[in-house]
Design a protein around this ligand. Sequence first.
Ligand code: 4AD
Ligand code: MG
Length: 428
Amino acid sequence: MTPTLIKNLSRHVGEEVEIRGWLFNKRSSGKIAFLIVRDGSGVVQGVLLKTNETAFAAAEMLTQESSLYLRGTVRAEPRATGGYEIDVTQVIPVSIAGEYPISLKEHGVEFLAERRHLWIRTPKQAAILRIRAEIEFALREFFYRNDFVLADAPIITPAACEGTTNLFEIDYHGDKGYLSQSGQLYNEATAAALGRIYCFGPTFRAEKSKTRRHLLEFWMIEAEAAFFDVDDNMRLQEDMVVYVIERVLERCRNELKLLERDISKLEAVKKPFPRISYTDAVALLNKAGEAFEWGDDFGAPHETIIGNHFDSPVFVHRYPTAIKAFYMKPDPEDEKVVLGADLLAPEGYGEIIGGGQRIDDLALLEQRLAEHQLPREAFEWYLDLRRYGSVPHSGFGLGIERTVAWICGLDHIRESIPFPRLLHKMYP
Ligand code: 4AD
Ligand code: MG
C-alpha cells in the first residue's frame, strides 16, 4: 500500500490509506481506542474498535512516540483539527519507544531546550518549522520571479563586514579567518557581475547578547542590486515582505491555527509601508515619554514603541552616520546621516531588515576604512569595485529567525530555528 501524508488526507476520503508516523497520544474507553498519530506533515486521530482484536492488541503495546504504520479508511470529520479521521483497520508497530522524556503536560522551557532534538516533534514546534520552510521558499520564489540571481557568499572571510567587536575567529591553517557576519561585501561584487543578486546562508555574531531577539548563528537572506538607490531598495523590501506574508497566509493556514496566531494582524500588513526618518522616530519616542537623544542607537524597547505605532512594518531611514557601518552612503542633502534604512516589524518584534545604499565613491570609502581602523589590505578587492565601473547600488539583509518569530507570533527567537545557538548554549 502506498503511504499517504496526513496533510493530503482530503484527497483520499472513503479510501483505505496507510499513515507512517509516530504515536503522539492515545486514549481508550474500553470498547474504543483513539490513536493520535503524527507524521511530520500533520496530526490525525485514528478510531479503533475493540472488535478488531488484532489491531486493538497492537495498539495497546504502543507507547508515546512509538513508530507505526496505521491503516484505515479516511472519513471527513468537521470537528477534527485537520478535518479528517481514520477508521482504523490495522496497526503495525515499527519500534516501541521507551518512556518518553517529554510528557504531554507542560514543561519549563529550560527542560525543553535541553531536549530540543525531541521538542521539535511536538505539533506546535513542527508547525513553526514548516512555516519557516515556507518563508524561505517564498523568499527564493520572490527573488527568482524578480530576476535576482542566487550567488552564494563565503562563510569563512578574512575581514569584518559589520564591525570587529562581534567576530568569531578561526584558525585558517596559520592565518586568521572569521565566520561571516554578512555576505554583503561579496554581494556587492556579484551584483556588479550579475546585476541583481541575493545570497542565503548562515551568519555569525559573537556578541554576548542574551535577549529574545539574538542568536549567535542565524540565517540571513541578503539582496544587492546595481543601480538601485535607497528608495528602490525599500520598495523591493516591501514587495518581498508582502509576498512572503501572502504565501504563508495561503499555504500555512493549519499551522497558523495550531499556533493560535491572530491572522488579522498579518492580513493588516499592506503596501506601502510607512517610512519615517530616524530624526522623526526620535521625536516620536520623546513624544511617547521616552528619554532618547539624537545620535543614540535604538534598543529593543525603542524599536517596540516605534513598531507598535503602525499596523504594517515601518522603515526607519537616514540614521546618524556615527552609529552605522562604514559602507553606508551619506545623504547628499545632510552628511550627518546615511541613506540606510531598517525595517521594524509590528507587534514588538523589532528590526527584521537592515540595509541601505552603499558608498560608491573610492576616496570616501578609503577614508571610512581608515576612520573605522579596518585593515586596508583585506579590503583592496572591495575597493576595486569602486575603481572599475562603480555604480550606485543598494541592498539589505533580512534575518530569517526574527521574521519567523514575528509571523508565528513567538515569544522568543529560540523556537524559530531547529537548533538555536544562544549565548553559552550550543547543546544539542
Ligand atoms: O542589520 P544587520 O547587522 O545588517 C547586515 O548585516 C547588513 N550587512 C545586511 C545587508 O545589507 N546585506 O543584520 C540584518 C538582519 C537584522 O535586521 C536582523 O533581522 C538579523 O539580520 N540579525 C539577527 N538575527 C538574529 N540574531 C542576531 N544576533 C542578529 N543580528 C542581526
Ligand atoms: Mg541592523
